[in-house]
Design a protein around this ligand. Structure first.
Ligand code: PEP
Ligand code: MG
Length: 561
């Protein structure tokens, strides 16, 4: 066991919860035909009939499953069955067959056209390509008389691994057997994620190619809030973590906001989002507003800068989900791992230390002011009376903060800054007087404090937000926040970890913003502790010799009894 190769994968956790079981891979999709046999004219009617029979059989099987599912799962199964009956799709296939293609090739060819069309449309449409490929594969398998691709029937417990599980298969998942779902592809707003959320099945999407390294039968630990999968844990340790997680899950399910410690200390819990879709999902949780709207995520594939009107429309979708609540919009954090074509960045040797975030605006102030104009326009058109706050990423000096704040105030926007460069934490007393609030980005603050690339799996032991060095910088920022009467929030991944959230509260943070899936877990944990216990935990963590000791000592204080 100890000699087994260590395997790890990281993705986007969309449903919190810890599970431990053997890996089972979904049954493979059928190989797609690369060429067609030419169907003679007199046989084409029969070939078309063969396709219709197969497609109808697939649709009928999906209909059968609708009767045993409920809620979103039933809707998805019915919608998938509807796609198999879709007139436009069938018409294209009929045209192919009438032109002499065999049914398998005709199906693959027609579907490909729809996939391209959906992908070009982008956004929510692009996520629907999984549904299309799914119906194609089911029909092709049926035509060949092969087993339907998808979920294997199992008797014990398992963790389901898939390249991209179809919504229909997700809807048919038996949670008595499948304890978690991990997909190589997919996105947090895909149907797969929506159903996993409804089933309350721990789920990670977009775990990448490294998932392929896990052979079937490997026992793995899945953490749906951290988005991690690993085999580097003993069965005994895993069982303990699963038990803790089950106990916690029961409490989390009962928790209702707002977040408050057992002795009455309020902490504002907010959501991190990247678009209107994610904001709508967040609005269904106990989030009190949006603490980080990553605007650059809407422009990753844009080749040209959208006009002020277009931008305002995009931002308006996020505001719409939280009409009466605070929304913190972050201006473009282009660069490094999020290059944006229209921000015109030259290739750099060290992009993480280069012209990223607010730095881009030094040579291109108009790019920033157009974005601020768009935010101000969208804010003025908000339906409710929720406050709009705006913050700049990668602020390093008081001068940058002053410049950004003046641009915001000219537009009646409430200015703030991310504290994610160590210099900004150390100089917070000089930076804060220019601003109304700061929000600590623990992802980058950890990367820059530890001099370790946040994307490097080998350096994950350093890029751990429990690093006492990072906690000390946060503490110092909070103290300066008290002196200058400036609100201090945290919007990095640290805020998604319930124990670390207690530590952050103890350090003096006023608001925590995290992925919406993590909010109830954090709120339920805060409800169990007093502010004084949070402060004791913060002291212990800050004074630990390293991240592991810090985490373990707080775990012992809060969870082991
Ligand atoms: C951070 O750095 O912690 C942060 C919230 O911003 P991002 O992850 O988008 O860099
Ligand atoms: Mg950052």
């Amino acid at each position: 066991m100890n000699e087994a190769k260590i395997l790890t994968a990281n993705g986007t956790g969309v449903v919190a919860g810890i599970a431990y079981a053997d890996v089972v891979w979904v049954r493979p999709r059928p190989a797609l035909p690369s060429s067609t046999t030419s169907i003679a004219e007199e046989d084409r009617a029969a070939e078309l009939e063969r396709f219709i029979t197969a497609a109808d059989a697939v649709a009928a099987r999906l209909d059968d499953r609708v009767t045993t599912a409920d809620g979103a799962a039933a809707d998805v199964l019915a919608a998938t069955a509807g796609m198999v009956r879709d007139r436009g799709w069938r018409k294209n296939i009929r045209k192919n067959i009438n032109g002499g293609m065999d049914a398998e090739y005709a199906t693959a060819d027609a579907t490909e056209k729809f996939v391209t069309m959906f992908q070009n449309a982008g956004g929510v449409m692009a996520e629907r390509t999984t549904d299309l490929k799914d119906i194609r594969d089911r029909v092709i398998a049926e035509l060949r008389g092969e087993e339907e691709p998808g979920l294997p029937i199992i008797s014990g417990e398992a963790i389901l691994f898939a390249d991209d599980l179809s919504p229909a298969d997700t809807a048919a998942l038996d949670v008595n057997h499948y304890k978690a779902l991990v997909t190589e592809l997919g996105g947090p707003t895909s149907h797969t994620a929506i159903i996993a959320r409804q089933l309350n099945l721990p789920c990670i999407v977009a775990a990448g190619h490294s998932l392929r390294d896990f052979p079937a039968g490997t026992p793995v630990l899945v953490d749906g809030s951290l988005g991690t999968v690993t085999n580097a844990v003993s069965a005994e340790e895993a069982r303990k973590l699963v038990q803790e997680s089950e106990k916690r899950a029961a409490k989390v399910a009962l928790w209702r906001g707002p977040a408050i410690t057992s002795d009455g200390h309020r902490v504002q819990l907010l959501a991190n989002v990247q678009d209107g879709n994610a904001a709508r999902i967040a609005a269904q949780t106990q989030a009190e507003g949006i603490g980080l709207y990553r605007t650059e995520m809407s422009f990753l594939s844009a080749t040209e800068e959208p006009s002020i009107e277009e931008q305002a429309k995009i931002y308006g979708r996020v505001f719409k989900a939280f009409p009466g609540s605070k929304v913190v919009v972050r201006t473009l954090d282009a660069g490094s791992d999020k290059p944006i074509a229209f921000a015109n960045m030259a290739t750099e040797e060290n992009p993480a230390l280069g012209v990223r975030g607010l730095r881009i605006a030094r040579d291109n102030e108009a790019l920033l002011t157009r974005q601020l104009d768009a935010i101000a326009k969208a804010a003025s058109e908000r339906e409710g009376d929720g406050p709009t706050w705006v913050m700049a990423p990668m602020v390093a000096t008081a001068r940058e903060a002053r410049w950004f704040a003046s641009l915001c105030r000219e537009r009646n926007l409430t200015p703030g800054a991310m504290i994610e460069v160590p210099a900004a934490a150390l100089m917070a007393d000089k930076i804060m007087p220019h601003l109304d609030f700061v929000s600590i980005g623990t992802n980058d603050l950890t990367q820059y404090t530890m001099a370790a690339d946040r994307l490097s799996p080998q350096l994950a032991y350093l890029t751990d937000p429990w690093q006492p060095a990072v906690l000390r910088l946060i503490h110092q920022t909070c103290l300066m926040g008290q002196t200058t009467d400036t609100a201090v929030g945290v919007c990095g991944e640290a805020a998604a970890d319930p124990l670390l959230a207690c530590v952050l509260t103890g350090l003096g943070v006023n608001s925590l913003s995290a992925a919406s899936t993590a909010i109830a877990g954090v709120g339920a944990q805060l409800a169990e502790v007093t502010l004084e216990q949070c402060q004791e935990a913060a002291n212990a963590a800050m004074n630990a010799e390293g991240a592991t000791v810090a985490r373990e000592s707080v775990r012992a204080m809060f969870l082991d009894n």
